[in-house]
Ligand binder design. Structure first.
Ligand code: ACO
Length: 335
């Protein structure tokens, strides 16, 4: 709940993507697929891939974070908390502190939050709670992933879907609360539908003591299960969030969904009865960048002047866990 006078405003956005593009035609040199198949089933035309030794998770996240701070007109030293939503850190101990150092956000505590494609939305809601409690006034929320590191480039069912990128928003304490509602859910019984799992490799240390020295296996997905989950759960949670916030869906200016697949975006919009031209989409250029998709497409729409201060945005993230969530907010500083 909001303490009197401590609301949350979303005051700036930023994004960063690797410079290297991988087109559908280029992918068809790796696996048996085609531009036509990928576009018609997913809406994806190309994706960006981070280049080894050039672009890291932390460098993309820091660039996105810096551009969000610039947009909000803030110095990095004003940030109290950095939340880095990622499933693909440079370091399993976490990459948020590297981002904090790169930004020079010397006053900020920084940590990673892992919830796959729901990560950015969960991090935004988490950051808002620190502001509402009065603990912090300025929070930088970054969603960044380099799934190209963990994609099986010989599996045409998954490798056509993913790309790399980063996006960020700045949350600030505000008299007027612009975060109007949120819901978050998990269903671990469906965990096996979408995994990037550690595979054990037992290694004997002593006669009766072994340890596991394995590694992570590439992304594995039951595409049809994930599709069914998304088109059922996403409209449901958006409806619930709008209802609890007392907002009529006709008043929503923009539907801001995790960019998994154009068919999912269209199905969710249709089920909610929201015009498809109010659904933000940049899948054609970037594919599914996991926790980066929501702030990346948001930032593009803000920079293009599509989203204006005061616009009402209904957002939903969903993915591995399985996990899903929604948030309804007004964009920018509204007096
Ligand atoms: N190119 C050509 N053919 C392909 C490709 C490809 N890239 N991928 C699969 N096929 C083939 C399959 O082998 C299969 O052929 P078969 O019948 O001879 O075996 C045929 O196409 C149909 O395969 P399906 O898996 O049934 O294809 P579907 O129509 O379900 O589309 C897709 C696959 C796009 C993944 C779909 O299931 C989907 O949209 N799922 C949602 C999952 C998603 O978006 N995940 C993203 C990550 S999760 C997240 O972000 C929430």
């Amino acid at each position: 709940m909001t303490r009197p006078g401590v609301g949350v405003a979303i005051t700036g956005s930023g994004s960063a993507v690797p410079s290297t593009t991988l087109s559908n035609d280029q992918l068809s040199q790796l696996v048996e697929t085609s531009d036509e198949w990928i576009r018609s089933r997913t809406g994806i035309g190309q994706r960006r891939v981070a280049q080894p030794s050039v672009e890291s998770l932390a460098s993309l996240a820091a660039a996105a974070g810096q551009s969000a701070l610039d947009a909000a007109g803030l110095e990095a030293t004003a940030v109290d908390l950095i939340l880095l939503a990622t499933s693909t850190p440079d370091d399993l101990f976490g990459s948020a502190c590297q981002v904090q150092a790169a930004l020079g956000a010397s006053q900020a505590v920084a940590f990673d939050l892992t919830a796959a494609c729901s990560g950015f939305l969960f991090a935004m809601v988490t950051g808002a709670q620190f502001i509402r409690s009065g603990a912090y006034r300025t929070v930088l929320v970054i969603g960044a992933d380099v799934l190209s590191r963990w994609t099986d480039w010989s599996d045409r069912r998954t490798c056509v879907l993913f790309g790399d990128g980063a996006g960020a928003v700045v949350l600030q304490a505000s008299e007027v609360d612009q975060l109007l509602g949120f819901e978050m859910r998990s269903d671990g019984s469906l965990n096996g539908c979408l995994t990037l799992a550690y595979q054990e490799q037992p290694q004997s240390l002593l006669e009766d003591i072994s340890v596991s020295q394995g590694t992570y296996q590439p992304v594995a997905m039951n595409g049809q299960e994930v599709y069914r989950f998304a088109v059922k759960r996403v409209p449901e949670i958006l409806e619930k969030t709008l209802f609890h916030a007392g907002i009529d869906r006709d008043h929503v200016d923009w539907l801001l969904l995790h960019q998994a697949n154009q068919r999912i975006l269209d199905a969710v919009a249709d089920r909610l009865g929201i015009d498809r031209d109010r659904v933000l989409s940049n899948l054609v250029n970037y594919g599914n960048t996991s926790s980066a998709t929501i702030p990346l497409v948001l930032d593009e729409a803000v920079k293009a002047g599509k989203i204006q201060p005061g616009d009402l945005i209904a957002a939903s993230g969903f993915g591995a866990g399985l996990s899903w969530g929604a948030a309804v907010f007004r964009w920018g500083v509204v007096s």
